[in-house]
Every structure is written in C-alpha cells, then in structure tokens.
Design a protein around this ligand. Structure first.
Ligand code: BGC
Length: 865
C-alpha cells in the first residue's frame, strides 16, 4: 500500500490562489489504514529554490504552522510533504505539490481606486447600473497575469469579451466599512500581446441596494457603485504592466436596466453591445464617458477565507403547465436558491417575465411570503435570434416559476434553474432505512445550501436573507458535518466581532442593518448573542482549528462579561428584550416570541452555557486564570438557575420541554440535582402530547440529546418519527423539500400560515440532523478535529439500518449499522492518524485504530451495567 500523502492544502481554502495569510497553515491526509504519523518533512519550492524542513517528529498534519519565511505579496510557493509512520525508517514518497499564492498583502500594493458612473442619478428612481471599461495595449508577450478585483456593489469582470472567473455575487457580503473582500483570478489566458480591453458589469448588491425588512435601507455603505480592479501582467521579458482602475477608465449605462437582490433583474438585450469588453477605443464613442472616482482605504481590502458563491447544479423543471391565458407554470420539484437561465428565440422587443415562489396556493404562485422581495426578472429580446440569458446580480428562493410573454413554444431545456450558494466542499452524508427521515435529511442539506450564500442567512426568499446569529448558532453543528464551512463561518464570525459593541453586545444579525426608530438589532439577546461563544467552539471541535478559537475568544468573553453585568449579583439574566424559544409551535402567527417557556429561564441557561464555553475555550488556549474565573461564574449561574427555576419537587417553573431540555443539555442539573427527574418529566411531557413537537428555535436542537442523555432515546425517536403537525416529518407529508421556518408554514388545512414570517427555507429547525448524525447513525467527534472519533449508535424508532460518512480533516470516517438476527452489526472506518471509540448499546467502549472494523454486539463483552 502506497503511503503517499494527499496534496497539501492551505488554511480552509479549496484553492490557494490569492491567499491573505502570509503564513498559511498546511494540512494533509494520509492514505487509508495508517497509524498516526511519527514524523513529517515539508519541501517548499520558492521560485525554483527548494527549502526542506528536515524530518520533524510529531503527528501533526492538520493546520500545521507555515515552516518558512512569510510569503510576500504575489509570491507563489509549491509545497510537498512526506511522512514516516509505524516506526519505519523509510519516508513515504513525496506528495504531489499543493500551490499557494499570496494576494496583495500590503495596503501599499494597491494603486486601484474605485471607479463608476459619473452621470447624475436620482437615488430613488434611477438605479440603472453601469459598466466600466478600459482599453490598453500590452507591448510584449504575457508570461502570467492576475486580476485582483472587488467592488462597491457587485461585479462581474470580462477581459477581451471573455468572463473572468465563475463566481457569483462577488465580493459577497462583509461589513464593508471595515472589511471588503477582493478576489484574485488567473487571467493569463485572457490576454494577448497588443490591444486588450478589461471591463466589468456592476450591480448594487448589498453595498447600495435595498436590504432589510420593513422597507429596508438603501445606500447602506455608500451611494456609489464602483469597481476596484488591479490587473497585473508579468511579461516574458521580466517587465510588468499594471492596469488599475483610475480616472482614465470609462463608464456607460448597462443593458441591465435594474438589478436588486430582492427585486430581481431587468435586462434589455437591445441595449447590449456584445463587443463592449473588446478593444474599440471607447473614449471616441458617445456612450462611454469618463468615470468618477470614489474612495476606499486599501487597508480594508481583505482576501477570502472561504469559497465564493457559484452555480453548483442545474435543475430542469419536472413539470410545465400552461394556463388558459398563456402563462407557463414551472415546477422544479425542489425548493432551491438560484436563478433561471433561459434560452429563447423571438421577435426583438418581446419581453419575457419570470416570477418566482416557493409554494403554490390554488394553482398560482403564492408570493405573500416574499413580503417586499418582489423576485421578478424580465428579459427583453434583441434581434439576434436564439439568445441565452441569466440574471447576474439577484437571487431567488423558489420551487415554482411563472413565465409570461414567452414567444412560441417553451421547449425542453429552454428554462433551467441554476442552484447558487457558497461553493463549499460537501463532507457529510447520512442515510437510514426510513425514507421519510432520509427526505428530512435531504431537506436539511437543501436548506443549508440555500442559506449559505456568502454569509449564513435565515431565509433566501423574503426581504430579509440576513445573518441572524441565533439561526446559525443552533445550526452550526449540523452545517459543519455536512459541508466544510470553516472558512466561510470564520470570516462571518470576524464580522460579528466587528459589529460587536465595545460593551459586548452582539447584534441580532450581522452584518448589521439599522432597524427603525422602534427597533434596533443591536441589543443583547440570549441564544442569538451566544453565537459568539458557542459557534467558535463548534468549529474548533469539528475542524480542529485552535487559532480560530483563539481569534474569536475575546468576542465570546466580552459577551459573557456583558451578561454578567446585566445579571448582576443575582446571576440571573432576567431583563430586556428576549426572543426566547422563538417559534414554539403554540406561538400565534403574529407573536413568534410568545413561547410557553419563560424567556428569562432561557436567557439564564444560555448565560451559564456560554460562561462554560468561555471556561473550556480558555483551558484549550492555556489561559488557566480565565478558565478558573469562568468556571466559577458558570457554576454560580447554574446554581442561581436551579434556585430560581427548579422547584423543590424537581419540576421546573416552566413545566415545558424546552425548559427541561436547556437544563439537561447545558449540564445545569447534576445527578444529585434532579437530573434524572428532569429527564423523566421531559419524556412524560413529550408522551403526553403524543410526541408532537412543543419546542421552538431554542428547545428543538436540544430536546433529542436531553432525552437520549437521560435514558429516553425511545422518546426521542417518537419525536423524530411523528408525522402529525407539529413535527419534523409533518412537512414531509406535505411534500416539503426544504426545512420550513414554522412547524406549520403550510397548515394541515392546506393554507399558508398567515404570519408575516412564513418561509419554506429556514435551516434552524433542521438542527436535529446533528443528532441524527451523532446518535441515529452514531458518528461524532470525541476530540477536536475528529482525531478521536466516537461511534455510538443508539438504534431505535423502527429503523433497521443507518449510516453516516464524514470527511474529517484527517480523512474519511464512516459508520454503518444494521439490525440482524444476531444483534447489531456495525462497520466503522477510522481515518489514518485517528482513533475510534466504538460504544454499542449495553457494551463497554472499545478502542480501535485506523482502518475498517466490523463488529457485532454478539462478539462484544456486555458492560457490567
Ligand atoms: C428571522 C429569524 C430570526 C428571527 C429573530 C426572523 O425574521 O427569519 O430566523 O432569528 O427573525 O427575530
């Protein structure tokens, strides 16, 4: 068996081009079946000069420190690794090289200034986007070229008539004031010696487009719409040409007449000049006028930490019907996030209108849930015959589309839905013998895809799509199993820290959009603000990135310090606006916070849990003093919680599933403090209600673990397999293909929930998938980065087999189990360098090493218990 390691990767990136870290950390994995490595050696190829580290003893292979001089801007380095394992003296063959290339690491590297339209626009009525361009001549042949680019707004760049890159909605959404991401593209093949042209489409996007609910905001970050681009060409003769956005560029109105993320896009092909980004001396034409420049501090330009948004899949309609008045109604069979690409032929001036919705009512698109997100694209044909178009600067959440104005017959393949989201690597899979549970799991995956659009959002369809902190706080464990989202969430958490107030307040959503006079998203709220402590911890557990934990530690600590001040000596956080167990199924449509569980009980429980996480994080980071301080605080808060919310007979003041779930899942009840009583009462409550769901955003992600941990896994399965409303499977009985925001977004009588918030694509309640991975299938990290993997399936619910697979930082971990006549038959896979701990119901844990293991309950020793 060859021991050649997989190619080295850098930080959490799939592609090392344009990296922002001067000392990127390196990871590699070993081929299957190897014990932990004894030692490794790295080789860096820096412009043909080889540096070798020599043999470095140790088992590290994930996020290993950069072994040489820091990268300089634009420097390209190839890295190879070889390893020693199993006490052997011979190293493995060298891995194939992984290549990293630094972006522009110093503010001084930037000469580009923002350029955009110079003509007067009425900011309320005239939002027609611009295109910008520049002709230039390259005097000698091109060896290689890079485009560093970003925008105030959104961009799509072209060089000599050819698109640069395949990302969408770039530069994504960060707190632009402080952090504006730029992307690096290899554009060597776009350029020629002689005349060339670079240009870019611009859109409003999050920078100056309308965002936010209740009318939202425009021009949140500025009123200009500008490109910031720096094309750097290295010639074969060693000289360099830099073409940067500056006052010599030209701008013209775009054939995009309007584009808004919520509104949709209006495109008039008759206004299109197909040669606009090819050399044609724009300065001599009437339409192209000199640009206006805006300002940007280059110190705020940052390189990406994760993948961009891309189209990752194309879906054809499963049915097309035509109404009596000639409209076409398309069903894509899947609620998705993306946009339509049309291929159409007809008379110039014909306008095709595309409307989108997640759901039908009475055979028509139900658009009320979109609120003020209109989601209409229109395309007006030119006279070039068959033409293909997809909007550039908008995105929709939909399963159905209605098309009006289509000329002629709508043939197969004429309309395709293109699914868009952050292009993360898929890393997690789950399947079991129950098809409804599998559909539930698929729906979780789809809701993650639809809501991981550069930032983790609440929903993809209405006038919101915001980085709600509570939603991702509960969903992060599931997300980090399904996809490698470390880079994306790390970047977003950095924005959370940027938006955090000096007093520790974590806003409800990030990036912040100011609320109205009545309402501000910048105030402390439990479960939402705790994203600052819990989510870095989850990412550390799942991806093994201690530096990430370190970077975000001050944010979490400040959050806990704030709660400590708010609670005062009582240690009870029982003041202020709390969302509580948001969307508990008894909450009326117009009062989503009106849950049955005391919201201050929830707030104090989270206070204790976050304090505990700060303690754990401090311990991992070697800060013993802080660890001790927050351990004490967590103990005191837990004690105050019990004194205030647990009655002498063991019942809680809120005798509700969420109250017991937080108390149990957050470790607030030790054995002698009524833990078992609470678990029994929780089970009783669930069964009294015939295992229908009675929890909202807070209780739902915890209840199955709370039951499992107190000997009621059977009751957890009752909850999971219930199909009556409200339950996880009820939406499946209604044909759901994504996770709904409300337990009854579509009510059993077939009508839409009348609440102002009724999304069909919200991942929060899908957080149960994490329990499915860890408990139903039985695969969980037992130490950071899955270096030790727990295989602890707890079969139940009539499920006869289940399996899960996860691409850990070390390689593939997998489990599958099956109920057989002889008992439970289990097959586990442990990646090289890792340890497995197999624990089957009623049996003592068994440690296993890398490789494949088949175990049966029949062959194992029973535990004493
Ligand atoms: C969002 C949520 C969010 C909630 C809190 C809603 O409008 O869609 O999922 O967490 O508001 O107020």
């Amino acid at each position: 068996m060859s021991l050649q390691p997989a190619p080295v990767t850098f930080e959490h990136l799939r592609d090392g081009l344009g990296i922002g870290a001067a000392e990127p950390r390196l990871s590699w994995s070993l081929p299957d079946g190897h014990a932990a490595q004894d030692a490794y050696e790295l080789e860096l190829d820096r412009a043909g000069v080889l540096h070798r580290t020599g043999r470095i003893p140790g088992a590290d292979q994930v996020l290993v420190g950069w072994p040489g001089q820091p990268l300089t801007s634009r420097e390209r380095v190839s890295v190879r690794v070889r390893v020693w394992t199993g006490g052997g003296t011979e190293p493995s063959p060298w891995s194939e090289a992984g290549t990293v290339e630094a972006g522009l690491l110093d503010a001084d590297d930037w000469t580009a200034v923002p350029v955009g339209a110079a003509w007067e626009q009425d900011p309320d009525t005239d939002r027609r986007p611009a295109r910008v361009r520049k002709d230039f001549t390259l005097a000698s042949p091109v060896a290689h070229a890079r485009l560093y680019v970003t925008a105030h707004g959104l961009y799509e760049a072209e060089i000599n008539g050819r698109r640069v890159g395949d990302d969408a909605l770039s530069p994504g959404w960060t707190v632009y004031r402080e952090r504006l991401r730029y992307y690096t593209y290899d554009v060597t093949a776009h350029l020629v010696q002689g005349p060339n042209t670079i240009g870019a489409w611009l859109g409003d996007g999050w920078y100056r487009g309308r965002i936010g609910f209740d009318g939202g905001y425009r021009d949140l970050y500025g009123s200009d719409q500008s490109l910031i681009a720096q094309l750097e060409v290295r010639h074969t003769d060693g000289t360099t040409t830099v073409i940067a956005t500056d006052p010599t560029w030209h701008a013209a109105e775009s054939p995009i007449v309007f584009a808004g993320l919520y509104e949709g896009e209006t495109f008039d092909a008759r206004l299109q000049d197909p040669s606009w980004s090819t050399p044609h001396r724009a300065e001599e034409s009437q339409t192209w006028t000199p640009v206006a420049t805006a300002t940007r501090d280059p110190r705020t330009l940052i390189a990406p930490a994760g993948a961009p948004v891309r189209a990752t899949q194309e879906i054809h309609p499963v049915s097309v019907s035509t109404t009596s008045d000639g409209r076409h109604l398309l069903d894509f069979g899947q609620n998705l996030v993306g946009r339509l690409r049309i291929t159409v032929d007809g008379p110039a001036g014909t306008t095709v209108t595309l409307r989108h919705a997640e759901i039908l009512q009475d055979g028509e698109l139900a658009t009320r849930p979109l609120r003020e997100a209109v989601s209409i694209d229109t395309y007006t044909l030119d006279d070039t015959g068959r033409q293909t178009w997809e909007p550039r600067f908008t995105l929709h959440g939909f399963r159905y589309a209605e098309i009006t104005g289509w000329p002629g017959e709508l043939t197969d393949g004429a309309v395709v839905a293109r699914v868009h989201h952050t292009d993360m690597r898929r890393t997690g899979w789950f399947e079991c013998s129950d098809p409804m549970i599998n559909r539930l799991h698929d729906n979780v995956v789809w809701s993650m895809r639809g809501n991981f659009v550069d930032i983790p959002t609440d929903c993809p369809q209405r006038d919101e799509r915001l980085g709600w902190t509570g939603d991702i706080q509960v969903f992060a464990p599931t997300a980090s199993f399904l996809y490698d989202c470390a880079g994306m969430l790390d970047s977003w958490l950095t924005d959370v820290a940027v938006e955090q107030l000096p007093d520790g307040t974590v806003p409800w959503y990030v990036p912040v959009i100011p609320g109205g006079p009545q309402w501000t998203p910048i105030k402390p709220g439990a479960a939402w603000g705790d994203v600052s402590t819990l989510t870095p911890w989850v990412l550390y557990q799942r991806f093994g990135d201690l530096e990430l934990l370190r970077r975000h530690f001050p944010m979490g600590r400040a959050w806990v310090d704030l709660m400590e001040r708010l609670a005062g000596d009582s240690r009870l956080w029982d003041t202020g606006h709390q969302l509580g167990d948001w969307l508990d199924p008894i909450t009326p449509p117009d009062d989503p916070a009106g849950a049955r569980t005391d919201r201050y009980l929830v707030a104090t429980a989270y206070f204790a849990w976050s304090a505990r996480h700060v303690e754990w994080s401090a311990r991992e980071l070697g800060d013993t003093e802080a660890a001790e301080r927050y351990a004490r605080l967590a103990d005191e808060v837990a004690e105050a919680f019990r004194a205030r919310y647990v009655l002498p007979d063991g019942r809680m003041t809120s005798d509700t599933p969420t109250a017991y779930s937080v108390a149990l899942a957050f470790g607030l009840l030790a054995d002698e403090q009524g833990r078992q009583l609470a678990g029994d009462r929780l089970a009783e409550l669930v069964l009294e209600d015939d295992a229908r769901i009675a929890t909202g955003f807070v209780g739902t992600p915890l209840i199955c673990d709370a039951l499992t941990g107190t000997g009621h896994v059977d009751v957890a399965y009752r909850l999971l397999t219930q199909t009556e409303c409200p339950s996880w499977l009820y939406p499946i009985t209604q044909g759901a293909t994504t996770i709904w925001e409300r337990w009854d977004s579509l009510r059993p009588d077939g009508t839409l929930n009348p609440g102002g918030m009724t999304s069909f694509n919200h991942y929060a309640l899908g957080a149960v998938a994490d329990w499915m991975h860890r408990v139903v299938a039985g695969l969980e990290p037992a130490s950071p980065g899955y270096r030790t993997i727990g295989f602890r399936p707890r079969p139940g619910g009539g499920i006869t087999w289940a399996k899960a697979r996860h691409e850990t930082p070390y390689g593939t971990a997998a489990i599958s189990w099956e109920q057989t006549a002889a008992g439970l038959a289990v097959h586990v896979t442990v990646p090289s360098g890792c340890q497995g701990l197999v624990e089957l119901p009623g049996h003592a844990p068994l440690a296993v090493g890398p490789g494949e293991h088949r175990l049966g309950t029949g062959d194992l020793d029973r535990t004493a218990a």
